[in-house]
Design a protein around this ligand. Structure first.
Ligand SMILES: *[C@@H]1O[C@H](CO)[C@@H](O)[C@H](O)[C@H]1NC(C)=O
Ligand SMILES: *[C@@H]1O[C@H](CO)[C@@H](O)[C@H](O)[C@H]1NC(C)=O
Length: 315
């Protein structure tokens, strides 16, 4: 080995040492567990930290990338290089007037969508070393107030009913549960489906079958998020009037003959009784009446009975 090759080896050694030491001079520290709400701003919170002996560090380049499912499908969202920042719409530095002396390189996502859910890479070059780190964003979306529909639409308790409840716009997958007016849980008798919609959010639908003879007066459909937190609910009241109305109508049509028959009997009894009373009265009046009054009574348009009485009296 001659001196030249020893020299090259030595140099090589120094370069490697410098690089590995450089890594310890510069670090990018990211907050773990970044959470974003669908439709709102979210932040990937990262700062560059340098060893104490480095005074006034300067950032030369920053690149924020969203990791794709494959390594080569990373999408570049923000690049700072040679004093210029290039951004994809909807992304910027969280610090509003960021410059190369600002170690807070947090990325702000202005309107969080489900596509923002996932892993990110952040590359930083400074005048005292380079660093690359990874962080992630977990996007959640709140479920909307559920809606209830019944089939058939009008609940009569003469036929079985299927209640269907649905809630859209949530993430991750949640759950719909059913309760009656006593807060008894009927979820076990229901069937739920979760469907991923185009915007990457879930639509939850649940069907609860009710037997005509065991329908309660109120059903509540509650939507819970993936961690079991209650998000919203909707109640369906089944009014008693609807029930009794239905029952009355049925009685009238089914049992009309049963009701009419006794009515006829009672009615004729009452009519007979009244007739008997009238006849009694007539007899008692006839005993005390004087005959001559009868003609004037008839002219004045008096009672038929009085007229008859007159006729009877004169015959
Ligand atoms: C970085 O800047 C953002 C926006 O000003 C701020 O909300 C965040 O707390 C900062 N991060 C750190 C670690 O200081
Ligand atoms: C679920 O709801 C609870 C209570 O409202 C909330 O604290 C939690 O962050 C929510 N979880 C998700 C994944 O949305």
């Amino acid at each position: 080995m001659n001196m030249a090759s020893v020299g090259i080896l030595f140099l090589f050694f120094i370069v490697i040492r410098a690089q590995s030491e450089g890594k310890t001079f510069v670090k990018v520290e990211c907050k773990t567990g970044n959470v974003g709400q669908y439709g709102q701003q979210s932040m990937l919170d990262c700062v560059v930290t340098t060893a104490e002996e480095i005074k006034d560090p300067k950032i030369l380049a920053v690149a924020w990338k969203k990791k794709g499912s494959e390594d080569n499908s990373d999408k570049t969202l923000l690049v700072f290089h040679r004093g210029e920042t290039t951004l994809q719409p909807g992304y910027r530095f969280a610090e509003s007037s960021w410059n190369d002396r600002n170690m807070n390189i947090s990325l702000l996502i202005t309107n969080t969508m489900m596509v923002n859910n996932g892993d990110y890479k952040c590359l930083v070059m400074t005048d005292s070393g380079d660093e690359e780190t990874e962080t992630s964003l977990r996007v959640t979306a709140k479920y909307n107030k559920p809606t209830i529909r019944s089939i058939p639409e009008k609940i009569t308790r003469r036929e079985n009913v299927v209640l269907s409840c649905s809630s859209v716009g949530g993430y991750p997958e949640g759950e719909l549960r059913w309760f009656d007016e006593h807060n008894k849980d009927w979820t076990a008798s229901s069937e739920m489906e979760a469907e991923l919609t185009k915007d990457g959010l879930f639509k939850l639908s649940s069907k609860l079958s009710l037997l005509k003879n065991s329908i309660f007066s109120k059903y509540t459909c509650v939507v819970f998020n993936s961690s079991g937190g209650k998000e919203d609910e909707v109640a369906l009241e089944i009014p008693d009037t609807a029930t009794s109305e239905g029952q009355e109508q049925r009685k009238v049509s089914d049992q009309s003959s049963k009701i009419v028959a006794p009515l006829v009997v009672i009615g004729s009894l009452i009519v007979g009784l009244l007739l008997a009373l009238l006849i009694l009265r007539w007899w008692s009046q006839r005993d005390h009446r004087e005959v001559p009054t009868c003609e004037s009574d008839a002219e004045q348009g008096g009672h038929v009975e009085t007229y008859k009485e007159c006729e009877d009296g004169t015959v």
